[in-house]
Design a binder for this molecule. Sequence first.
Ligand code: HEC
Ligand code: HEC
Length: 392
Amino acid sequence: MVKISYLFSIVTALSFTVGCQSTTTVNETQTSSSNSSTFEWKLPKGVYPPKVPDDNPMSEAKVELGRHLFYDTRLSANQEQSCSSCHLQAFAFADHNKVGIGSTGAHSLRNPNSLTNTGYYTSYSWANPALDTLERFIVLPIIGDDPIELGVTEEMQPEVFARFENNETYQNMFKAAFPDIENPIKLEFIVKALAAFNRTLNSFNSPYDKYLAGDANALTPAQQRGHDLFMGERAECFHCHDGIHFSDSTANEKSFQNVQFFHNIGLYNVDDEGSYPEGNQGLYEITAKNTDKGKFKAPSLRNVAVTFPYMHDGSMATLQEVIELHSNGGRDIQSGENAGMGTQNPFRSDFITRKDFTQQEKDDLIAFLHALTDNDFITDPKLSDPFNNKGF
Ligand code: HEC
Ligand code: HEC
C-alpha cells in the first residue's frame, strides 16, 4: 500500500485550488456531464451524482459486470468469499462481525464499513487520506495480504482470472463493459467494474428523505425532536456528520475540492497520553504524528440502525453505547487491556464534550438515527446477488 503523509495531501489539495482552479473546474464539469448524459443515475431531484474518474466512465454494462463480480466467490483465491461476504445488502453492505474475517480466516483490525453512498467519500478506509478514490481502495481487498481478504496474490492472479476467461457469460460481460480494451480480464478492469457498481449503492429513500422532500409526517414526534437535537449546537452531531451524506468527508461531481477530515471522539486513552490500542490508531498509522492518534473518518450514518456493531473496531454493540459516549464526552473503560479515560483523551475533537443528555434526549437521538434506514435500498433487487444461488 502506498502511504503518503496527511500533510503532503493537504499541500497538494491547496495548491490545486490556488494554482489551477479554473482548469480543474472546466475538466470536472465536462467529465461529469458526459458521464451523466450516458448513464442514468436515478437519484432524487437535487442530489448530484458522485465524482467519476475520467478513465472509468459509468455504463450499465460495467455496473452489471461489477455487480456480478461483487457477489462471485470466484474472485477469491480459495473461492470461499466474495466482496458480499463482508458487505451484506441486508446490513446496508456492512457486516455484523466486529472486524472483517477473510477468506482464509484471517481477522482484520477494522470493522467492515457500510457501503451506503460510498461513491461520495473523499477518502476510503477508516483513516487513510491516500486512498482517495474507489479505484485506489478496491484493489486492496482483492490482493491485500495484511490481512488476507480475498487473497488474490500476484501468483494466484492467472488462476483466478482464468476462471473468468473460461466462462462465456463473463467473456461477453467484460467485452460489453470495456468494448475498447483487447483483453479486459485483468485486475485493473475488475477493479474498475467493481468501482462502477459501488457508485450505484445509493440510498436516498429513508423516512428522513421523505421528510426533506416535504412530507411533514414522515418523522415521528420523537424522530423530529432527535433531528432538531442532531442538527443543533446542543448535541453537535452535524459538525462531523453533516450534509445529506451525514459525513464531512464527502463530495459530489460539482464539488471543487476533495476535503478530507479525521476526528478523535475519545473512544480510548490507554496510556493517559491519548493513545488508542496499538496498531489501530487511525490517521496516526499513516502520519506518525501524536496529535493524529485516534483520528478516524466520520462514517455516514445512513442505515446506521442495521450496520452494528459500531466504530472502526466494532467495539460498540449498540446505538445506546454511542449516545452514552456523547453524553459523557468520551468512553471510559474501567478494566482490561484497553482500560483508560477516553473522556480525558487530549486529542479529542473540541466538539466531543460532556453533554449529560436526559433520557428523553438519548431516546430521541436514537429514534432519529432509525429514521435514516432506507428499506428500499437494503432490499433493492438491482443491488442484490445476481446469481440467486444458481451461478453460471
Ligand atoms: C474479509 C472481509 C472483507 C471483504 C471480503 C471485502 N471487504 Fe471491503 N472492507 C472490509 C473492511 C474490514 C473494511 C475497512 C478497512 C479499513 O478501514 O481498514 C472495508 C472497507 C471497504 C470500503 C471502504 C468504505 C469506506 O467508507 O471507506 C470499500 C469501498 C470496500 N470495502 C469495498 C469492498 C469490495 C469492492 C470488496 C470485494 C473486492 C470488498 N470490500 C471485500 C472488509 C472486507
Ligand atoms: C468530532 C466529530 C464527530 C461528532 C461531533 C460526532 N461524531 Fe459520530 N463519529 C465520528 C467519528 C470520527 C466516528 C468513527 C470513530 C471511530 O471509529 O473511532 C463516528 C462514529 C459514529 C457512529 C458509529 C457509526 C458506525 O458506522 O460505526 C455513530 C452512530 C455516530 N458517530 C453518531 C453520532 C451522534 C449521534 C453524534 C452527536 C451526538 C455524533 N456522532 C457526533 C465523528 C463525530
